[in-house]
Design a protein around this ligand. Structure first.
Ligand code: C5P
Length: 227
């Protein structure tokens, strides 16, 4: 019997989504990206013109929405599909508008309480790799393995820039500069700060000088140990 739950936390650009998705694939676990859930609520707020500073209204909005994350393995680069009330918003939730608003939206206890309950229910269904900010400390305090990935701000901005250029087919013309992305990430880090503390029993890995395969290799003994 291996770990039933693996929690991976870290800031934007720490590599947690890439590492989490590959680890889940290796182990045959379900991959749950909780950031996508917060992004879906932020997208809905913008779409329905709900004030991103109005916690009760956002809680209500999230409560009524039917946010579905599925893993059909469509082969266009997506790790999963996000739908809200039947509409596919997988790529929309990556928009700059959503990225700029999501930290404010996720700062409200009304929103967090609801999404955390949903995340805990998903983990009860079986083996998961769950990725976010507060998974090890708050959502799944009993997770068998907790990992916290970090990297310097400059490196995280560099990765985000490379990712956006790749998504634009290699064309950097309409992609914000690494400096602009760095300012965005820094602002988001500051708002996210209170929900971003590593669990005391997390394995902390500094990824600045590590490739994704190297991060996975570093984690392998811990994964095996809990298997
Ligand atoms: O991981 P990603 O950058 O997609 O997360 C988007 C935002 O969602 C974060 O900046 C944070 O505000 C919020 N979030 C959170 N708790 C989580 C996951 C994400 O507050 N567990």
């Amino acid at each position: 019997s291996g770990p039933q739950c693996i929690a991976i936390d870290g800031p934007a650009g720490s590599g947690k989504s890439t590492v989490g998705e590959q680890l889940a694939r290796q182990l045959g676990y379900l991959y749950v990206d909780t950031g996508a859930m917060y992004r879906a609520v932020a997208w809905l707020a913008l779409h329905k013109d709900v004030d991103i500073n109005d916690g009760p209204a956002l809680g209500e909005l999230a409560q009524q929405a039917n946010i579905v994350i599925s893993h059909p393995h469509i082969n266009d680069g997506r790790q999963y599909t996000v739908q809200v009330d039947g509409r596919d918003i997988t790529w929309d939730i990556r928009d700059a508008n959503v990225t700029r608003s999501v930290s404010a939206v996720s700062s409200h206890p009304e929103v967090r309480k609801l999404l955390i309950t949903q995340q805990q229910a998903m983990a009860r269904e079986g083996q998961v790799v769950m990725v976010g900010r507060d998974i090890g400390a708050v959502v799944l305090p009993d997770a068998e393995l907790k990992i916290y990935l970090t990297a310097s701000l400059a490196e995280r901005a560099r990765r985000r820039h490379a990712e956006l250029v790749e998504r634009a087919g290699g064309n950097a013309d309409n992609v914000p500069s690494a400096e602009v992305l760095m300012a965005d990430i820094e602002r988001r880090d500051a708002i996210d700060h209170d929900n971003m503390q590593p669990a005391i029993d997390a394995i902390v890995i500094e990824t600045d000088y590590l490739t994704v395969p190297q991060v996975l290799a570093t984690l392998a003994p811990y994964v095996e140990d809990t298997v």
